[in-house]
Design a protein around this ligand. Structure first.
Ligand code: SAM
Ligand code: ZN
Length: 267
């Protein structure tokens, strides 16, 4: 299934027959992102490896509740999903719950994927969305949750996701649009303090803030409009937006959380 992420040549024992690149297996997980940290892409890998080697269930307190995972999986299940790829699958909590006969997950962090591979039967690989190690038209469905905001090159990543989808395939992407400082504070109050005081969750959030605070290498700002533009430039038609306004029962962490359901445009 895998191809060379650089030139899309076929691989034999993880060696590219076109450009000669060789990709190692690390504890059974292919790594399509090797080399020293000088390059921006390797830097991204190193920062996430550092985060995942010091923290577990890193984003669990950011709206990835069981209810949310069930809601997102049902949304995916309502669309064709036989072959499915999760981009930026992290530790694989969602990947394990998602439907699909042939599931794949990619992430720059080998530490995250080691956990994802234990949680789910999906095939996992170290890779970036900007250089996917899959042939064109390989998937019925691609999903990403909280990842688009962190792409170094959103246009390249979106075009790659479109390339690996079959014609009419769907991309379901959850993104966090920007919040002002006061909106961020209000969100945390609602999450931990009022109307329900959640001392354990609050304590573990504070601990995470003080002990090795999590700083992702990149965060791009999005509005609904700019995210929509990016998806359309990448070759998608926007089919549906799931927001707190459109779907009040949807278990989303706030009104800044948007799920785009988009489809590969014909031709
Ligand atoms: C905020 S975390 C979300 C992780 C997971 N989707 C979740 O919801 O638990 C962002 C994830 O995107 C991955 N990531 C960052 N840049 C990426 C890129 N260019 N391509 C693919 N994944 C990327 C990170 O390693 C990290 O696991
Ligand atoms: Zn190659």
């Amino acid at each position: 299934m895998y191809v060379c992420p650089r030139c899309k040549g076929t691989l034999l024992a993880f060696a590219c027959n076109k450009c000669g690149a060789q990709y190692p297996l690390i504890n059974g997980i292919p790594s399509f992102l090797q080399g020293p940290s000088a390059d921006e892409r390797q830097f991204v890998r190193d920062v996430y490896d550092d985060i995942y080697s010091h923290h577990e269930n890193v984003w669990a307190d950011q709206g990835r509740s069981e209810k949310f995972i069930g809601f997102f999986s049902d949304l995916v299940a309502s669309l064709p999903h036989g072959s499915l790829l999760e981009v930026g699958c992290g530790e694989g909590t969602l990947l394990a719950a998602l439907p699909g006969e042939h599931k794949f997950g990619i992430d720059p962090s080998i530490h995250a994927l080691a956990r994802a591979a234990k949680r789910s039967t999906a095939r996992c690989a170290v890779a970036l969305a900007e250089d996917l190690p899959f042939p064109a038209n390989a998937f019925d469905m691609v999903v990403s949750v909280g990842v688009m905001e962190h792409f170094a090159n959103p246009d390249a990543a979106t075009a790659e996701i479109c390339r690996v989808l079959r014609d009419d395939g769907h991309y379901v992407a959850l993104i966090h649009t920007d919040l002002s400082r006061s909106q961020r504070i209000a969100l945390k109050i609602r999450e931990f303090l009022f109307p329900k005081f959640r001392p354990l969750a609050f304590g573990s959030w504070i601990k995470k803030k003080l002990w090795r605070p999590i700083r992702q290498p990149l965060r791009k700002s999005y509005t609904i409009e700019s995210a929509r533009d990016c998806l359309q430039r990448g070759g998608f038609l926007v089919k549906r937006l799931v927001t707190r306004q459109s779907d009040p029962a949807a278990p989303l962490a706030g009104s800044h959380v948007i799920i785009f359901v988009v489809q590969k445009a014909a031709g």
